[in-house]
Design a protein around this ligand. Structure first.
Ligand SMILES: Nc1ncnc2c1ncn2[C@@H]1O[C@H](COP(=O)(O)OP(=O)(O)OP(=O)(O)O)[C@@H](O)[C@H]1O
Ligand SMILES: [Mg+2]
Length: 622
């Protein structure tokens, strides 16, 4: 058998989206697993020590490599997967850059063992600092084992930058889950520090989903399957009742590659419209297959972002396919329609792709619907100008008889300073004075409060979330937390990936007053909770908090603590539909306006809208 790895010429190499390939143990896990898949393995084993910091090893029974290829595979731009620029547009393999092994070899100590079926002996190679330090023949079975040891041993700064073992482990489980979901016909296992964590027999996609995402989806999966000349879609979506408060279980694969796409996610959400609560996320594992010429996978170094030649058609297709699937199980007859004909009638399907169509697509309302910010109540830039006069306003309104000022001017000054330093939203509550005796709850969801110059409409959930968020933030920073011991300690069981997550959060949860301890295999016991968490609700609070945390976890810009307190705040806040007494409303409004930032939520959404008398007059044409 001839060798097969070639060095890409510079002109091709330079066209490949470059970037840091190995940032953490999980990146190596992804790369090594994908190489094993590309090598046609039917069994892939992942072995870890110290959450991958000490060892990431992947053993496969795939094609193996010749002696020359084994050495060659660690060169930059050395790949057997593409040869010409044209090949970049016909990629069916996970890899194509010839970057991964070279990157791994640059930042760790590598041991490779590999043997092809037709070779008598295999090749053993050791590499350090990108240089081969040892090479010899080895007796072994067919396939490849690559061990990456002591990641960043030669870049201590990077090593220090790695997160806790629990955090790194969670990233690894995420990557492992993505690859294992994508290839259910391949056996996968994961062992960490000698303990078997996953053992996934080859099977159907449905079995794999349940193995990985949990038994709760058993009998709750709706099959999606549509085929057209342009593209196919298959997979499963969760029945509406399985929708969660987190995006956690949402997976798109395009030609078997896991991708992140807010655009396609929107298509699925649209298909669920009215079937699930607005703030919940349906589960989906969807595979889109289409001609590789119709997707550009070479736009991002991690390959998790791709570009479709015609996004609009993919959007319409995904939405229609999911709607159709849901209609088939649903009792709602109005949802039922003939998918095939509606897809075939899409002009995108019928006409060839042209520049005009591209611009037509981007001017449609669907496209605009989510590419343009639709935050109608976002505080507009003019507000800033208005703010400059806050002082006059504040001073004049303070003289109002019988009115209670909810803010003090010192605080207002502080907020103005913050605003200058670039806070996205000016804290424009400053001029508000509220009639404390005139609070009205609307639809058990909003609080209407009269102010000196008009009225404000407060979203009760958003307001409470802000109050809890700031309180938790203070507790995190050392303020005392009061914990109450549960009378009857509650135990609960989690799926493996959630256990890893909970362990990661344990110290911070303790700080916040949650007394949780491991209690044997995948089980935890809650000994106590913060005083304001209702007894009997502890388990739900933790489960929902984890869900919410996962929802934030893709967001690298937040620290772990920030994500945790955001999650808990969302979890603990009162919800729409909760009737409030006059006293409760009063307390909430007071607490809200005692917050450091009371007009916008942690994620920048407005907490209340202000209506001024003069605006109202104008609206009434006066
Ligand atoms: N487990 C494996 N079994 C057989 N061959 C392998 C294996 N891992 C790597 N190779 C060979 O080594 C080459 C280099 O691997 P590497 O991961 O660096 O690049 P790639 O997979 O081609 O592209 P990418 O950088 O996008 O992953 C591959 O093209 C393949 O020929
Ligand atoms: Mg690769």
């Amino acid at each position: 058998m001839p060798d097969k790895i070639l060095l890409l010429p510079d002109n091709i190499a330079n066209q490949i989206a470059a970037g840091e390939v190995i940032q953490r143990p999980a990146s190596a896990v992804k790369e090594l697993l994908e190489n094993a898949v590309d090598a046609g393995a039917s069994e892939i084993k992942l072995i870890l020590q110290d959450s991958g910091k000490a060892l990431v090893q992947v053993i496969d029974n795939g094609t193996g490599m010749s002696e020359t290829d084994a050495r060659m595979s660690f060169e930059r731009h050395a790949t057997s997967k593409i040869q010409t620029i044209d090949d970049l547009f016909h990629i069916r393999t996970m890899g194509f850059r010839g970057e991964a092994l070279a990157s791994i070899a640059a930042v760790s100590q590598v041991e490779l063992k590999t043997k092809r079926v037709d070779d008598e002996t295999g090749t053993y190679i050791e590499i350090e600092n990108s240089l081969v330090t040892r090479q010899e023949p080895v007796a072994m079975g067919n396939g490849t084992s690559i061990a990456m040891k002591n990641l960043f041993f030669n870049v201590p700064a990077r090593r220090n930058f790695l997160k806790s073992n629990a955090a790194e482990m969670r990233h690894i489980v995420d990557e492992f889950t993505r690859v294992a979901l994508s290839f259910p016909h391949i056996f996968f296992s994961l062992a960490a520090n000698g303990q078997q964590i996953f053992h996934l027999e080859a099977g159907t996609l449905k079995q794999r989903i349940i193995q990985l995402l949990g038994n709760t989806y058993n009998a709750k999966l709706v099959s999606v399957k549509e085929e057209t000349d342009y593209m196919n879609i298959y997979g499963f979506v969760g029945k509406p009742e399985t929708a969660k408060k987190t995006r956690g279980d949402q997976y798109f694969f395009v030609n078997n590659r896991f991708i992140k796409s807010a655009y396609l996610n929107h298509a699925v959400m649209n298909a669920y419209q009215e079937m699930i609560a607005g703030d919940s996320f349906p589960m989906y594992v969807l595979f889109i297959d289409l001609e590789p010429t119709q997707v550009d996978v070479n736009v991002h170094p991690t390959k998790q972002e791709i570009k479709f030649e015609d996004e609009k058609i993919v959007y319409a297709f995904v939405q229609a396919a999911v709607k159709h699937a849901l209609a088939q199980f649903s009792v709602t007859p109005t949802l039922d329609f003939d998918l095939d004909s509606s897809i075939q009638q899409l002009s995108s399907v019928q006409q060839p792709f042209t520049e005009e169509r591209k611009s037509a697509a981007t001017s449609t309302s669907i496209f605009k619907g989510f590419t343009e910010k639709h935050q109608a109540h976002f505080i507009e830039p003019e507000r800033t100008a208005e703010l400059r006069n806050w002082r006059d306003f504040f001073e004049s309104s303070e003289s109002g008889v019988g009115r209670q000022s909810m803010v003090d001017s010192r605080k207002s000054m502080d907020n103005l300073n913050v605003e200058k330093e670039g806070t996205p939203l000016p804290n424009h509550y400053l001029p508000l004075t509220i009639h404390d005796s005139r609070l009205t709850q609307l639809h058990n969801q909003y609080i209407l409060a009269q102010t000196a110059t008009g009225f404000i409409l407060i979203n009760q959930q958003a307001a409470h979330e802000r109050v809890v968020y700031e309180k938790l933030g203070e507790t995190m920073n050392g303020a005392a937390s009061t914990s109450q011991r549960s009378m009857f300690p509650v135990t609960f069981e989690l799926v493996q990936s959630d256990c890893v997550l909970l362990e990661e959060l344990m110290t911070d949860l303790h700080q916040l007053g949650y007394m949780i301890e491991p209690f044997g295999k995948n089980t935890f016991v809650i000994q106590g909770t913060p005083a304001d968490v209702e007894q009997g609700n502890e388990k739900i609070v933790i489960e929902k908090m984890l869900e919410q945390y996962k929802h934030f976890s893709a967001d690298l810009k937040f620290s772990k603590r920030e994500k945790l307190i955001r999650s808990l705040a969302k979890q603990q806040a009162i919800k729409p539909g909760q009737p409030l007494t006059e006293k409760e409303m009063q307390a909430l409004v007071t607490d809200l306006f005692n917050c450091k930032q009371s007009n916008s939520s942690a994620d920048g959404k407005p907490i209340y809208l202000e209506f001024k008398m003069d605006q109202l007059e104008k609206m009434f044409g006066r």
